[in-house]
Design a protein around this ligand. Structure first.
Ligand code: 4AD
Ligand code: MG
Length: 429
Protein backbone atom coordinates (compact mmCIF):
# COMPACT_ATOMS: atom_id res chain seq x y z
CA UNK A 1 0.00 0.00 0.00
CA UNK A 2 1.01 3.62 -0.32
CA UNK A 3 0.14 6.74 1.66
CA UNK A 4 -2.37 7.91 -0.90
CA UNK A 5 -5.59 9.36 0.47
CA UNK A 6 -8.30 11.34 -1.24
CA UNK A 7 -7.26 14.43 0.73
CA UNK A 8 -3.66 14.39 -0.49
CA UNK A 9 -4.36 13.37 -4.11
CA UNK A 10 -2.63 16.47 -5.51
CA UNK A 11 0.75 15.05 -4.41
CA UNK A 12 0.20 11.87 -6.43
CA UNK A 13 -0.68 13.11 -9.92
CA UNK A 14 0.89 10.77 -12.47
CA UNK A 15 1.51 8.08 -9.87
CA UNK A 16 -0.03 4.62 -9.69
CA UNK A 17 -1.76 4.16 -6.34
CA UNK A 18 -3.91 1.68 -4.45
CA UNK A 19 -6.91 2.93 -2.52
CA UNK A 20 -9.09 0.95 -0.10
CA UNK A 21 -12.56 2.38 0.43
CA UNK A 22 -16.30 2.12 -0.02
CA UNK A 23 -18.49 2.62 -3.07
CA UNK A 24 -20.41 5.83 -2.36
CA UNK A 25 -21.92 5.97 -5.83
CA UNK A 26 -21.55 4.43 -9.27
CA UNK A 27 -22.89 4.78 -12.77
CA UNK A 28 -22.24 3.10 -16.04
CA UNK A 29 -21.99 4.78 -19.40
CA UNK A 30 -21.48 2.12 -22.05
CA UNK A 31 -17.85 1.17 -22.09
CA UNK A 32 -16.97 3.38 -19.13
CA UNK A 33 -17.87 2.76 -15.52
CA UNK A 34 -17.65 5.50 -12.87
CA UNK A 35 -17.07 4.63 -9.22
CA UNK A 36 -17.24 7.24 -6.51
CA UNK A 37 -14.93 5.97 -3.77
CA UNK A 38 -15.05 7.19 -0.18
CA UNK A 39 -11.91 6.44 1.83
CA UNK A 40 -12.64 8.19 5.14
CA UNK A 41 -10.89 11.38 4.04
CA UNK A 42 -13.05 12.40 1.11
CA UNK A 43 -14.24 11.13 -2.24
CA UNK A 44 -12.58 10.40 -5.55
CA UNK A 45 -14.09 9.67 -8.92
CA UNK A 46 -12.61 6.45 -10.31
CA UNK A 47 -12.92 5.88 -14.03
CA UNK A 48 -12.95 2.30 -15.29
CA UNK A 49 -12.61 1.93 -19.09
CA UNK A 50 -13.50 -1.50 -20.45
CA UNK A 51 -10.59 -1.29 -22.91
CA UNK A 52 -8.07 -0.66 -20.11
CA UNK A 53 -8.96 -3.38 -17.60
CA UNK A 54 -9.11 -7.15 -17.45
CA UNK A 55 -12.37 -8.92 -18.12
CA UNK A 56 -12.37 -9.85 -14.45
CA UNK A 57 -12.30 -6.25 -13.24
CA UNK A 58 -14.93 -5.23 -15.78
CA UNK A 59 -17.18 -8.07 -14.59
CA UNK A 60 -16.68 -7.02 -10.97
CA UNK A 61 -17.81 -3.50 -11.82
CA UNK A 62 -21.02 -4.73 -13.41
CA UNK A 63 -21.95 -6.47 -10.15
CA UNK A 64 -20.95 -3.67 -7.82
CA UNK A 65 -23.42 -2.44 -5.21
CA UNK A 66 -23.63 0.72 -3.14
CA UNK A 67 -21.39 0.66 -0.04
CA UNK A 68 -19.42 -2.40 -1.12
CA UNK A 69 -15.89 -2.37 0.26
CA UNK A 70 -13.29 -2.30 -2.50
CA UNK A 71 -9.61 -1.85 -3.22
CA UNK A 72 -9.01 0.07 -6.43
CA UNK A 73 -5.70 0.66 -8.16
CA UNK A 74 -5.01 3.20 -10.81
CA UNK A 75 -3.25 6.30 -12.02
CA UNK A 76 -4.00 9.64 -10.33
CA UNK A 77 -4.91 12.43 -12.73
CA UNK A 78 -6.17 15.98 -12.45
CA UNK A 79 -9.74 16.56 -13.64
CA UNK A 80 -9.52 18.43 -16.96
CA UNK A 81 -11.92 21.19 -15.86
CA UNK A 82 -12.65 21.02 -12.13
CA UNK A 83 -10.34 21.39 -9.15
CA UNK A 84 -10.63 17.67 -8.50
CA UNK A 85 -8.61 14.52 -8.95
CA UNK A 86 -9.54 11.22 -10.55
CA UNK A 87 -8.29 7.68 -10.64
CA UNK A 88 -7.81 6.04 -14.05
CA UNK A 89 -8.48 2.55 -12.79
CA UNK A 90 -6.45 -0.54 -13.65
CA UNK A 91 -7.94 -3.03 -11.18
CA UNK A 92 -10.93 -3.23 -8.87
CA UNK A 93 -10.97 -5.81 -6.11
CA UNK A 94 -14.28 -6.22 -4.30
CA UNK A 95 -13.62 -7.10 -0.66
CA UNK A 96 -17.27 -7.51 0.27
CA UNK A 97 -20.31 -7.02 -1.91
CA UNK A 98 -22.77 -4.98 0.14
CA UNK A 99 -26.37 -6.09 0.50
CA UNK A 100 -28.99 -3.67 -0.79
CA UNK A 101 -28.26 -0.44 1.05
CA UNK A 102 -31.27 0.94 2.92
CA UNK A 103 -30.31 4.60 2.65
CA UNK A 104 -30.91 5.89 -0.83
CA UNK A 105 -30.89 9.16 -2.62
CA UNK A 106 -34.52 9.90 -1.86
CA UNK A 107 -35.58 11.86 1.22
CA UNK A 108 -35.96 9.69 4.29
CA UNK A 109 -37.67 10.87 7.46
CA UNK A 110 -35.53 11.56 10.55
CA UNK A 111 -36.87 8.54 12.49
CA UNK A 112 -35.93 6.18 9.66
CA UNK A 113 -32.47 7.69 9.45
CA UNK A 114 -32.01 7.50 13.23
CA UNK A 115 -32.99 3.81 13.12
CA UNK A 116 -30.23 3.42 10.52
CA UNK A 117 -27.79 5.57 12.48
CA UNK A 118 -25.04 2.93 12.25
CA UNK A 119 -25.16 3.39 8.47
CA UNK A 120 -26.30 7.02 8.32
CA UNK A 121 -22.96 8.05 9.85
CA UNK A 122 -21.42 7.45 6.39
CA UNK A 123 -23.51 10.09 4.65
CA UNK A 124 -21.59 13.18 3.58
CA UNK A 125 -23.41 15.63 5.88
CA UNK A 126 -23.04 13.30 8.84
CA UNK A 127 -19.34 12.97 8.11
CA UNK A 128 -19.02 16.75 7.97
CA UNK A 129 -20.79 17.14 11.34
CA UNK A 130 -18.45 14.68 13.06
CA UNK A 131 -15.45 16.45 11.59
CA UNK A 132 -16.63 19.76 13.02
CA UNK A 133 -17.25 18.05 16.37
CA UNK A 134 -13.70 16.71 16.24
CA UNK A 135 -12.27 20.20 15.65
CA UNK A 136 -14.28 21.54 18.59
CA UNK A 137 -13.01 18.79 20.92
CA UNK A 138 -9.44 19.31 19.76
CA UNK A 139 -9.61 23.09 20.15
CA UNK A 140 -11.12 22.85 23.65
CA UNK A 141 -8.14 20.72 24.70
CA UNK A 142 -5.57 22.98 23.08
CA UNK A 143 -7.09 26.21 24.43
CA UNK A 144 -7.24 24.89 27.99
CA UNK A 145 -3.79 23.37 27.79
CA UNK A 146 -2.35 26.71 26.60
CA UNK A 147 -4.10 28.41 29.52
CA UNK A 148 -2.56 26.12 32.13
CA UNK A 149 -5.50 23.82 32.86
CA UNK A 150 -4.96 20.20 33.92
CA UNK A 151 -7.45 17.56 32.82
CA UNK A 152 -8.99 15.76 35.76
CA UNK A 153 -11.35 12.89 34.98
CA UNK A 154 -14.39 13.06 37.20
CA UNK A 155 -16.42 9.93 38.01
CA UNK A 156 -19.59 8.94 36.20
CA UNK A 157 -21.07 6.81 38.98
CA UNK A 158 -21.97 9.12 41.84
CA UNK A 159 -23.80 8.86 45.17
CA UNK A 160 -25.66 12.16 44.78
CA UNK A 161 -27.04 14.83 42.45
CA UNK A 162 -25.13 17.81 41.10
CA UNK A 163 -27.78 19.65 39.11
CA UNK A 164 -31.00 18.81 40.95
CA UNK A 165 -32.66 15.53 41.83
CA UNK A 166 -35.48 15.61 39.29
CA UNK A 167 -33.22 14.79 36.34
CA UNK A 168 -31.16 11.94 37.79
CA UNK A 169 -30.70 8.51 36.26
CA UNK A 170 -30.85 6.11 39.16
CA UNK A 171 -29.39 2.63 39.30
CA UNK A 172 -29.21 -0.23 41.71
CA UNK A 173 -25.71 -0.61 43.15
CA UNK A 174 -25.18 -4.27 44.08
CA UNK A 175 -28.60 -4.44 45.67
CA UNK A 176 -27.21 -2.45 48.56
CA UNK A 177 -27.74 1.15 47.68
CA UNK A 178 -28.52 3.54 44.89
CA UNK A 179 -26.04 5.11 42.53
CA UNK A 180 -26.65 7.87 40.02
CA UNK A 181 -25.19 8.72 36.64
CA UNK A 182 -23.30 12.01 36.77
CA UNK A 183 -25.02 15.17 35.54
CA UNK A 184 -21.77 17.16 35.63
CA UNK A 185 -18.31 16.59 37.06
CA UNK A 186 -18.26 20.05 38.59
CA UNK A 187 -18.28 19.14 42.27
CA UNK A 188 -15.33 16.79 41.81
CA UNK A 189 -13.40 19.41 39.88
CA UNK A 190 -13.85 21.79 42.78
CA UNK A 191 -11.84 19.33 44.86
CA UNK A 192 -9.02 19.34 42.30
CA UNK A 193 -8.47 23.12 42.15
CA UNK A 194 -6.55 23.04 45.44
CA UNK A 195 -4.18 20.59 43.77
CA UNK A 196 -3.94 22.12 40.26
CA UNK A 197 -5.54 25.60 40.42
CA UNK A 198 -7.21 25.33 36.99
CA UNK A 199 -8.79 22.05 35.90
CA UNK A 200 -11.27 20.62 33.43
CA UNK A 201 -13.03 17.39 32.60
CA UNK A 202 -14.64 16.33 29.34
CA UNK A 203 -16.94 13.38 29.09
CA UNK A 204 -20.46 12.03 28.89
CA UNK A 205 -23.06 13.25 31.37
CA UNK A 206 -26.62 12.12 31.85
CA UNK A 207 -29.91 13.90 32.36
CA UNK A 208 -33.20 12.11 32.84
CA UNK A 209 -34.89 15.18 31.44
CA UNK A 210 -38.36 14.65 30.11
CA UNK A 211 -37.83 17.49 27.63
CA UNK A 212 -38.47 16.47 24.05
CA UNK A 213 -36.86 19.48 22.44
CA UNK A 214 -34.31 19.90 19.68
CA UNK A 215 -31.76 20.92 22.32
CA UNK A 216 -32.04 18.01 24.75
CA UNK A 217 -30.33 14.65 24.85
CA UNK A 218 -30.39 12.26 27.81
CA UNK A 219 -26.69 11.51 27.32
CA UNK A 220 -24.45 14.30 26.10
CA UNK A 221 -20.85 15.46 26.38
CA UNK A 222 -19.86 18.28 28.64
CA UNK A 223 -16.60 20.04 29.32
CA UNK A 224 -16.57 21.39 32.86
CA UNK A 225 -13.87 23.93 33.74
CA UNK A 226 -13.09 25.04 37.29
CA UNK A 227 -10.72 27.84 38.31
CA UNK A 228 -9.35 28.82 41.71
CA UNK A 229 -8.98 32.55 42.41
CA UNK A 230 -11.46 33.42 39.66
CA UNK A 231 -14.56 35.42 40.45
CA UNK A 232 -17.68 35.50 38.30
CA UNK A 233 -16.34 38.25 36.00
CA UNK A 234 -13.00 36.46 35.52
CA UNK A 235 -14.91 33.34 34.51
CA UNK A 236 -16.92 35.20 31.84
CA UNK A 237 -13.67 36.39 30.29
CA UNK A 238 -12.37 32.81 30.00
CA UNK A 239 -15.68 31.56 28.58
CA UNK A 240 -15.83 34.14 25.80
CA UNK A 241 -12.21 33.64 24.82
CA UNK A 242 -12.72 29.88 24.66
CA UNK A 243 -15.78 30.12 22.42
CA UNK A 244 -14.13 32.73 20.19
CA UNK A 245 -11.07 30.47 19.86
CA UNK A 246 -13.20 27.45 18.92
CA UNK A 247 -15.02 29.44 16.23
CA UNK A 248 -11.71 30.53 14.66
CA UNK A 249 -10.42 26.95 14.62
CA UNK A 250 -13.62 25.66 12.99
CA UNK A 251 -13.43 28.41 10.36
CA UNK A 252 -9.83 27.40 9.63
CA UNK A 253 -10.24 23.64 9.59
CA UNK A 254 -13.79 22.95 8.43
CA UNK A 255 -14.75 25.31 5.58
CA UNK A 256 -15.39 22.36 3.24
CA UNK A 257 -17.54 20.70 5.88
CA UNK A 258 -19.56 23.87 6.44
CA UNK A 259 -20.09 24.05 2.68
CA UNK A 260 -21.35 20.44 2.58
CA UNK A 261 -23.71 21.36 5.42
CA UNK A 262 -24.80 24.50 3.54
CA UNK A 263 -23.91 26.45 6.67
CA UNK A 264 -23.35 30.14 5.90
CA UNK A 265 -20.06 30.95 7.71
CA UNK A 266 -20.66 34.73 7.72
CA UNK A 267 -22.53 34.90 11.07
CA UNK A 268 -19.63 32.97 12.66
CA UNK A 269 -17.00 35.12 10.97
CA UNK A 270 -18.58 38.34 12.21
CA UNK A 271 -18.51 37.31 15.88
CA UNK A 272 -16.20 39.58 17.88
CA UNK A 273 -15.02 39.86 21.46
CA UNK A 274 -16.25 40.92 23.95
CA UNK A 275 -19.58 39.12 24.04
CA UNK A 276 -22.64 40.99 25.32
CA UNK A 277 -23.49 40.95 29.04
CA UNK A 278 -26.98 41.55 30.39
CA UNK A 279 -28.53 40.65 33.71
CA UNK A 280 -31.44 38.25 34.01
CA UNK A 281 -33.67 41.20 35.08
CA UNK A 282 -32.65 43.16 31.97
CA UNK A 283 -33.24 40.10 29.79
CA UNK A 284 -36.73 39.63 31.23
CA UNK A 285 -37.59 43.30 30.63
CA UNK A 286 -36.34 43.12 27.05
CA UNK A 287 -38.20 39.85 26.39
CA UNK A 288 -41.44 41.26 27.79
CA UNK A 289 -41.04 44.23 25.42
CA UNK A 290 -40.60 41.77 22.56
CA UNK A 291 -43.84 40.03 23.50
CA UNK A 292 -42.72 37.13 25.72
CA UNK A 293 -44.84 36.29 28.78
CA UNK A 294 -41.76 35.45 30.88
CA UNK A 295 -41.96 36.48 34.57
CA UNK A 296 -39.25 37.99 36.77
CA UNK A 297 -38.33 34.75 38.54
CA UNK A 298 -38.52 32.40 35.59
CA UNK A 299 -35.99 30.49 33.52
CA UNK A 300 -35.65 31.49 29.88
CA UNK A 301 -37.47 29.12 27.55
CA UNK A 302 -36.01 28.06 24.21
CA UNK A 303 -38.17 30.65 22.42
CA UNK A 304 -36.99 33.36 24.82
CA UNK A 305 -33.37 32.50 24.07
CA UNK A 306 -34.05 32.79 20.34
CA UNK A 307 -35.96 36.05 20.76
CA UNK A 308 -33.25 37.57 22.92
CA UNK A 309 -30.46 36.93 20.42
CA UNK A 310 -32.31 37.40 17.13
CA UNK A 311 -30.79 40.80 16.34
CA UNK A 312 -27.40 40.22 17.97
CA UNK A 313 -24.15 39.62 16.09
CA UNK A 314 -22.45 37.81 18.99
CA UNK A 315 -23.37 35.59 21.93
CA UNK A 316 -24.85 37.09 25.07
CA UNK A 317 -24.20 36.28 28.73
CA UNK A 318 -27.34 36.40 30.82
CA UNK A 319 -25.99 36.98 34.33
CA UNK A 320 -27.22 37.52 37.90
CA UNK A 321 -30.18 35.15 37.97
CA UNK A 322 -32.71 34.95 40.79
CA UNK A 323 -30.98 32.59 43.24
CA UNK A 324 -34.16 30.64 43.92
CA UNK A 325 -34.20 29.14 40.42
CA UNK A 326 -30.51 28.24 40.34
CA UNK A 327 -28.36 25.46 41.82
CA UNK A 328 -27.47 25.25 45.52
CA UNK A 329 -23.73 25.70 45.00
CA UNK A 330 -23.88 29.14 43.38
CA UNK A 331 -22.47 32.09 45.28
CA UNK A 332 -24.87 34.97 45.74
CA UNK A 333 -24.35 38.72 45.56
CA UNK A 334 -24.62 41.06 48.60
CA UNK A 335 -28.42 41.04 48.51
CA UNK A 336 -28.45 37.26 48.92
CA UNK A 337 -31.20 37.06 46.30
CA UNK A 338 -29.16 36.97 43.13
CA UNK A 339 -26.78 34.20 42.01
CA UNK A 340 -23.41 35.16 40.52
CA UNK A 341 -23.94 33.01 37.48
CA UNK A 342 -24.29 33.07 33.74
CA UNK A 343 -25.87 31.31 30.82
CA UNK A 344 -24.08 31.97 27.54
CA UNK A 345 -26.65 32.12 24.74
CA UNK A 346 -25.40 31.49 21.21
CA UNK A 347 -26.46 33.53 18.18
CA UNK A 348 -28.94 32.50 15.46
CA UNK A 349 -31.34 30.77 17.87
CA UNK A 350 -28.99 27.99 19.03
CA UNK A 351 -29.74 28.68 22.67
CA UNK A 352 -27.79 28.14 25.88
CA UNK A 353 -24.40 26.57 25.25
CA UNK A 354 -22.70 27.31 28.59
CA UNK A 355 -23.87 27.41 32.19
CA UNK A 356 -21.49 28.73 34.81
CA UNK A 357 -21.17 30.46 38.16
CA UNK A 358 -18.98 31.52 41.02
CA UNK A 359 -19.23 28.88 43.76
CA UNK A 360 -20.21 29.38 47.38
CA UNK A 361 -16.91 29.13 49.26
CA UNK A 362 -18.11 29.68 52.84
CA UNK A 363 -18.74 26.54 54.89
CA UNK A 364 -21.74 27.71 56.90
CA UNK A 365 -23.50 29.35 53.97
CA UNK A 366 -23.04 26.26 51.79
CA UNK A 367 -24.33 24.00 54.58
CA UNK A 368 -27.40 26.22 54.87
CA UNK A 369 -28.04 25.98 51.10
CA UNK A 370 -27.68 22.19 51.09
CA UNK A 371 -30.29 22.00 53.83
CA UNK A 372 -32.57 24.51 52.09
CA UNK A 373 -32.45 22.32 48.97
CA UNK A 374 -33.28 19.21 51.03
CA UNK A 375 -30.09 17.52 49.90
CA UNK A 376 -28.56 14.77 52.09
CA UNK A 377 -25.81 16.54 54.05
CA UNK A 378 -23.89 13.29 54.65
CA UNK A 379 -23.21 12.80 50.92
CA UNK A 380 -22.01 16.37 50.61
CA UNK A 381 -19.68 16.25 53.60
CA UNK A 382 -16.62 15.87 51.39
CA UNK A 383 -17.80 18.83 49.28
CA UNK A 384 -18.27 20.90 52.43
CA UNK A 385 -14.77 19.85 53.57
CA UNK A 386 -13.33 21.78 50.64
CA UNK A 387 -14.61 24.95 52.39
CA UNK A 388 -12.78 23.91 55.56
CA UNK A 389 -9.29 23.31 54.19
CA UNK A 390 -8.02 26.33 52.28
CA UNK A 391 -11.24 27.60 50.72
CA UNK A 392 -10.74 30.19 47.98
CA UNK A 393 -13.01 32.21 45.70
CA UNK A 394 -13.54 30.07 42.61
CA UNK A 395 -15.72 29.79 39.55
CA UNK A 396 -16.40 27.39 36.73
CA UNK A 397 -18.61 26.59 33.82
CA UNK A 398 -19.85 23.73 31.66
CA UNK A 399 -19.97 23.71 27.85
CA UNK A 400 -22.46 21.46 26.08
CA UNK A 401 -20.58 19.90 23.16
CA UNK A 402 -23.63 18.93 21.10
CA UNK A 403 -25.25 22.36 21.27
CA UNK A 404 -21.96 23.97 20.34
CA UNK A 405 -21.58 21.57 17.40
CA UNK A 406 -25.16 22.19 16.25
CA UNK A 407 -24.49 25.92 16.27
CA UNK A 408 -21.20 25.66 14.34
CA UNK A 409 -22.81 23.31 11.80
CA UNK A 410 -26.02 25.30 11.51
CA UNK A 411 -28.23 22.29 12.21
CA UNK A 412 -31.34 22.73 14.27
CA UNK A 413 -31.48 19.47 16.21
CA UNK A 414 -28.70 18.28 18.52
CA UNK A 415 -29.47 14.61 17.82
CA UNK A 416 -27.36 14.66 14.64
CA UNK A 417 -24.30 16.05 16.41
CA UNK A 418 -23.59 12.98 18.56
CA UNK A 419 -22.72 9.66 16.88
CA UNK A 420 -25.39 7.63 18.69
CA UNK A 421 -28.02 9.94 20.21
CA UNK A 422 -29.90 8.98 23.35
CA UNK A 423 -33.30 10.64 23.65
CA UNK A 424 -36.33 9.95 25.83
CA UNK A 425 -37.78 7.76 23.10
CA UNK A 426 -34.55 6.41 21.65
CA UNK A 427 -31.87 4.10 23.01
CA UNK A 428 -31.09 2.30 19.73
CA UNK A 429 -28.93 1.59 17.85
O1 4AD B 1 -26.19 24.55 32.54
P1 4AD B 1 -25.79 23.17 32.98
O2 4AD B 1 -26.83 22.32 33.56
O3 4AD B 1 -24.56 23.39 33.96
C1 4AD B 1 -23.97 22.43 34.75
O4 4AD B 1 -24.21 21.26 34.73
C2 4AD B 1 -22.84 22.97 35.58
N1 4AD B 1 -22.59 22.02 36.67
C3 4AD B 1 -21.64 23.13 34.72
C4 4AD B 1 -20.48 23.71 35.45
O5 4AD B 1 -20.60 24.78 35.99
N2 4AD B 1 -19.37 23.02 35.46
O6 4AD B 1 -25.18 22.40 31.72
C5 4AD B 1 -24.11 22.95 30.99
C6 4AD B 1 -24.38 22.92 29.49
C7 4AD B 1 -25.60 23.71 29.05
O7 4AD B 1 -25.30 25.08 28.92
C8 4AD B 1 -25.93 23.07 27.73
O8 4AD B 1 -25.08 23.54 26.71
C9 4AD B 1 -25.58 21.63 27.98
O9 4AD B 1 -24.68 21.59 29.08
N3 4AD B 1 -26.77 20.84 28.29
C10 4AD B 1 -27.32 19.93 27.46
N4 4AD B 1 -27.00 19.55 26.21
C11 4AD B 1 -27.74 18.59 25.64
N5 4AD B 1 -28.79 17.98 26.24
C12 4AD B 1 -29.15 18.33 27.50
N6 4AD B 1 -30.16 17.70 28.11
C13 4AD B 1 -28.41 19.35 28.17
N7 4AD B 1 -28.47 19.92 29.39
C14 4AD B 1 -27.47 20.80 29.45
MG1 MG C 1 -27.95 25.66 32.36
Amino acid sequence: MNNFRTDNASEFVGTKVTLPGWVANFRSSGKIFFLQIRDGYGYIQSVVAESEVTAETWEACQKITLESSVIVSGLVSKHPKKDEYELQVTTVQVVQTAAEYPIGKKDHGPEFLLDQRHLWLRSSKQIAIQKVRHTIIKSIYSFLDDEGFTKIDSPILTPNACEGTTELFEMDYFGERKAYLSQSGQLYLEAAIAAHSKVFDFGPVFRAEKSKTRRHLTEFWMMDAEMAWHDHEDSLAVQERLIYYIIQRVLEANMTDLEILERDPEPLKSIQLPFIRITHAEAVAKLQQLGSDIKANEDLGGDDETLLTQSLDRPVFVTHWPAEIKAFYMKRDQSGKVALCDDMIATEGYGEIIGGSQREDDYDTLLKRIKEHDLPVEYFQWYLDLRKYGSVPHSGFGVGLERLTAWMCGIKHVRETIPFPRLINRLEP
